[in-house]
Design a protein around this ligand. Structure first.
Ligand SMILES: *[C@@H]1O[C@H](CO)[C@@H](O)[C@H](O)[C@H]1NC(C)=O
Ligand SMILES: *[C@@H]1O[C@H](CO)[C@@H](O)[C@H](O)[C@H]1NC(C)=O
Ligand SMILES: *[C@@H]1O[C@H](CO)[C@@H](O)[C@H](O)[C@H]1NC(C)=O
Ligand SMILES: *[C@@H]1O[C@H](CO)[C@@H](O)[C@H](O)[C@H]1NC(C)=O
Ligand SMILES: *[C@@H]1O[C@H](CO)[C@@H](O)[C@H](O)[C@H]1NC(C)=O
Ligand SMILES: *[C@@H]1O[C@H](CO)[C@@H](O)[C@H](O)[C@H]1NC(C)=O
Ligand SMILES: *[C@@H]1O[C@H](CO)[C@@H](O)[C@H](O)[C@H]1NC(C)=O
Ligand SMILES: *[C@@H]1O[C@H](CO)[C@@H](O)[C@H](O)[C@H]1NC(C)=O
Ligand SMILES: [Cu+2]
Length: 557
């Protein structure tokens, strides 16, 4: 009897630890449907998931397997991307259209199946085709493994604040108009917090309320799901303690302003400890743009209120930072450091196999059908990326010839003063070029903004990896002096990095994830213009070092 009990205990233990190692399966059903909405005083139909805007939140624990069945009920092709999820060997579930998969066409379904490995914190999911992510986005919350605490005091509650951009007109019409004219698309009409702009201009819509209890601590999970705007976030009378970005813990620091670029996330502790709990405190989300580029200047607002406070308007306000407050942006970015504790070490690659230098900027190419006979384009290393008609990952896996070429340059073809006098010729090369990386090789990329047409910040997002942001600076990168100042000890780890306006940023990562991985500016306008490229990472020789075979329901082109 005792033996049998022991055996049962042992089996339960084996089952339990297996469950711990492999995590749970989390199943979600995402129906892509049109939904009529009247936000911002205008009635229009938007593409949504399950009729929700923002869409449903995905909750998982580290090591869980997430299975999302997506059924497309709208008249657009769709794909979804799980932004920042590493997708170890499961590139088929990454989602960028024509990079890792063909679109899910109207009436079709596809099941995304991936395991969350080595990450915990806040991420987002969004459509990765056309400009559909304007309304098709939501949060991913990755909790630590069972029994593992946060490396900061446990909050009373967690709150999601998802920032977006809202157009009164049809967003696909906006981008199509821009592609026909060759000019910049219209900017959005308002920013939003959890889908709500708050009271703007004459249009008095109900804003989001952040309700708190006096004396409690909250973990605020901020997500910037906007298409084109970097934003500042402030809450009147309160400070934040930043503890996490892009699903990696950071050394906690206090700030009154958070900067978030499109595609980035920030976890911050808010103590509801204002001496006057009767106050109603303004939350502002305002754009950051320190170049002569037109953006949506309308701040989104929401209200923080303490429970028990009267509904009377006793608002304590705060002014958002000036739109061009580079100093506020720098202050925030320079405070970010990896936690780099024993439990969460920062494993920065110290020896580099591929030292890459990529310029990023805008140019003009001929366009016979455009009114001005030319069109704005964007590039990395003077290559404007052309979308293939067959997904790159399929072409790579099945060795289909003629879809891409291997010759994405490691350096720009012509050296010049990137942030100074620009060449007279603003044309670019067009092509579907990739850069190949051996399994487990180490990579450094210096991303250099150029002043072609105008210098501008680029939030560059790398799929399939988290990278360390080892350095940044203004002007041109100096290959002799600047590497000496790199932080190789506790640089922040992220998946999306703001290349400063007229400056550079350096990142490092280990190519330990075989597949095809997109790298692009997360300003949708720049991606549309071609500021994108892809890495092909080869399989390793070991047992768990190859891309898994494609799922049977993978969409076909
Ligand atoms: C998810 O993928 C794994 C292999 O990576 C497979 O074993 C499992 O059956 C898949 N689950 C579903 C529901 O497709
Ligand atoms: C873009 O803005 C212009 C000027 O306000 C307007 O005439 C045009 O209709 C807008 N385009 C779309 C697609 O909303
Ligand atoms: C926020 O609170 C105000 C005042 O109590 C209320 O009028 C408004 O409807 C609330 N917003 C939402 C989205 O519930
Ligand atoms: C920021 O913008 C304001 C108003 O447009 C302008 O007066 C100021 O000179 C700008 N500051 C910087 C540092 O560019
Ligand atoms: C590059 O251009 C900038 C801005 O005009 C100038 O300050 C800098 O001296 C130039 N650098 C070189 C190496 O010519
Ligand atoms: C980019 O490529 C185009 C087309 O080959 C060429 O005309 C142009 O000079 C190149 N520009 C730079 C900065 O390399
Ligand atoms: C990758 O390379 C590093 C450094 O050489 C080595 O320590 C590590 O074991 C390798 N990882 C794999 C999965 O091969
Ligand atoms: C949807 O994707 C398929 C496959 O790439 C393509 O043939 C078709 O033209 C696309 N449909 C639309 C409306 O773009
Ligand atoms: Cu950009």
């Amino acid at each position: 009897m005792a033996e049998r009990n022991n055996l049962i205990q042992f089996l339960v233990l084996v089952w339990f630890s297996a469950a711990l190692v492999h995590g749970m399966e989390r199943h979600y059903k995402f129906n892509v449907v049109m939904k009529k909405t009247t936000r911002l005083c205008c009635s229009k139909s938007i593409v949504t998931v399950n009729g929700k805007f923002p869409g449903p939140t995905i909750y998982a624990r580290e090591d869980d397997t997430v299975i999302v069945k997506v059924v497309n009920h709208v008249n657009y092709n769709i794909t979804l991307h799980w932004h920042g999820v590493r997708q170890m060997r499961t590139g088929w579930a990454d989602g960028p259209a024509y990079i890792t998969q063909c679109p899910i066409q109207p009436g079709q379904a596809y099941t995304y199946n991936f395991t969350v490995t080595g990450q915990r914190g806040t991420l987002l999911w969004h459509a990765h085709i056309l400009w559909l992510r304007a309304t098709v986005y939501g949060a991913i919350v990755i909790l630590p493994k069972p029994g593992v605490p946060y490396p900061f005091p446990h909050p009373h509650q967690e709150k999601l604040l998802i920032i977006g951009e809202w157009w009164k007109s049809d967003v696909e019409a906006v981008v199509n108009e821009a592609l026909r004219s060759g000019l910049a698309p219209n900017v959005s009409d308002a920013h939003t917090i959890n889908g709500r702009p708050g009271p703007v201009s004459s249009c008095n819509r109900r804003g989001f309320n952040l309700s708190v209890k006096k004396g409690k601590m909250y973990l605020l999970r901020f997500i910037n799901a906007a298409l084109n705007d970097e934003v500042f976030v402030r809450i009147a009378g309160h400070k934040f303690t930043v503890v996490e970005v892009d699903s990696s813990y950071v050394k906690p620091f206090e700030t009154d302003t958070i900067l978030i670029s499109p595609g980035q996330t920030t976890g911050a502790i808010l103590s509801a400890d204002h001496p006057d709990p009767a106050g109603r405190y303004l939350i502002t989300v305002s754009p950051f743009m320190d170049a002569p580029i037109d953006v949506d200047k309308v701040s989104a607002t929401a209200v923080l209120k303490y429970s028990g406070a009267s509904a009377a308007v006793a608002t304590v306000t705060t002014a958002p930072p000036p739109i061009n407050a580079t100093w506020v942006s720098n202050g925030f970015i320079n405070s970010l450091r990896s936690l780099n504790s024993a439990a969460y070490p920062a494993q920065v690659p110290l020896e580099i196999d591929h030292s890459l230098f990529f310029t990023a900027g805008l140019g003009f190419n001929p366009c016979p059908s455009c009114p001005r006979k030319n069109k704005i384009v964007a590039y990395m290393n003077n290559v404007t990326f052309l979308m293939p008609e067959i997904a790159l990952l399929q072409a790579h896996y099945y060795k289909i010839k003629g879809v891409f070429t291997d010759d994405f340059p490691a350096r720009p073809p012509n050296e010049y003063n990137y942030t100074g006098q620009q060449p007279a010729n603003l044309h670019t090369m067009e092509g579907t070029r990739v850069y190949r990386l051996g399994y487990n090789s180490t990579v450094q990329i210096v991303l250099q903004d150029t002043a072609m047409i105008a210098p501008e910040s680029h939030p560059v997002h790398l799929h399939g990896f988290d990278f360390f942001a080892v350095g940044r600076g203004l002007g041109n990168f100096d290959p002799v002096k600047d590497p000496k100042k790199f932080n190789l000890v506790d640089p922040v780890k992220r998946n999306t990095i703001g290349v400063p306006t007229g400056g550079w940023a350096a990142i490092r990562f280990r190519a330990d994830n075989p597949g095809v991985w997109f790298m692009h500016c997360h300003l949708e306008v720049h991606t549309t213009w071609g500021l994108k490229m892809a890495f092909v990472v080869h399989n390793g020789k070991g047992p768990d070092q190859s891309l898994i075979p494609p799922p049977t329901d993978l969409p076909k082109c």
